[in-house]
Design a protein around this ligand. Sequence first.
Ligand code: ADP
Length: 507
Amino acid sequence: MGKKTNKLPREKKQKKRYISVATKWLSLVALTITVSFLVFSVVIYFLISNQLMGQEQKITRNTVDLVSKNLSTIDKELTVTNVVTTFSPATKAKIEGTARSEVSSGEKEDEMFSDSSFSSLTRPDLAMMVFNRKHEVVFATRTIDDEYNFLEKEKTSLETKKGKTHLTISQAIVSDKTGKVTGYVVVQNQMNDYNAVLSQLRNWMFGIALVAILLTILISYAIVRSILRPIKLMSKVAKEVDDAPEATDRIPELNTNDELSDLTTTFNQMLDRMQGYIDQQKRFVEDVSHELRTPVAVIEGHLNLLQRWGKDDPQVLDESINASVQEISRMKHLIQEMLDLTRAEQIEILYPDEVTKVNSVVEQVVENLQLVHPDFKIKLDNDLKTDTLVKIYRNHLEQILIILLDNAIKYSTDRKEVIVSVSSDLLEFHMSVQDFGEGISSKEVDKIFSRFYRVDKARTREKGGNGLGLPIAKKLIESYNGTIAVESVEGSGSQFKITFPMYFEQI
Ligand code: ADP
């Protein structure tokens, strides 16, 4: 029992988890889109933020420089009075009691920072403070919340509080005259525009990414579904045919005119063909068993007869032995024909490069059959040029001609004459075998090339036919890219016509 429990996890591990193609595809698409969008967004975000930050730093730096340049004219330590009078010449004039008209004729003489360079200080997000050497505030446009631990010679700091970034620059003010530190200036930029733009950018990017990913997943899902539908159907039909090979289920035709519709058609054709082979095989086995049953039954009957009385009756003994020998030779013939038929299926593999000079083969076969059937007149009508070459194995050409001549003789009636004609044109070799015998009715003529088909079973059996001669001939001819056709009139005779492509020697 312990062993069993030990085995379980390993077995579980070996069995791979089933993940549908749709899941795999969608995960891949979502991941690709997310990563690409993330990289793209980060790059854009940093480019924009760097650009904006550069601008803000420039403004802040300029303000610090301007203030410190103005205040560097003061020699002593910075005080409220000397700082204010520096920034506002009008105040200075008032303190010194100078006439209004003498100081300035402009309208803004009372305003602080009348220098247009100070315009940045009017920005609501910019604060400026001036300190004396003891770090006491002597001037401020707005208050800076931070601790004043930044009062050094020069310092730039960037801080983020509650998602908002602000920039602070502090600098010591040095008197132009004495070269001594008289105080400090601190400018803090809350960077409202910068923070607002970046926050908007982040929101937009997040929103667009979300919509893009959702949309891609939806579209991909629709595409994957439409691709998977016929594949799922295919798998279902394949399973059904696997369970029951005779099942007639097929995949419904797709009219999409693409690889999938091609695959569906090929798959259906493959199933048709496979079932065709199965049927053919089944029929063949049935036919063979049926064909063998008669001779076996005849032999069995004779042996029973011999067992009961025949042993002592020389006449019965003689008759039974003769009949059995005849049936056995018929069986031998049948087995040979079945073998020939099976071999004819593999011609392309067994004899790929055989070429035959047809003249001599035809002459020889006609001569031999004439010798065997002296009561027949077998005429050869030869229109061939010497050395006509056809791509066929010599024995197979002989076999085809023998099958046709044999039939012509077998099914001849009063007129014992057979005409064999051979000729050729530029592309083809033609051969025909004509008899003047019983002929074949138009109803039967299409069936005579089917295995074991005989027009008149009983009579053909008398003549030793198994209904395999023509199927063997047809298979052989087609294996060498030839054709066979028949013209027949019942009661008047038949003509079998064969063609093969001519063979041209390569120079
Ligand atoms: P078999 O061995 O019975 O002759 P084949 O396949 O050669 O088998 O021929 C099939 C059937 O076609 C024959 O049984 C016969 O009825 C018919 N047939 C073939 N050749 C001829 C012919 N020359 N004249 C009339 N009938 C023919």
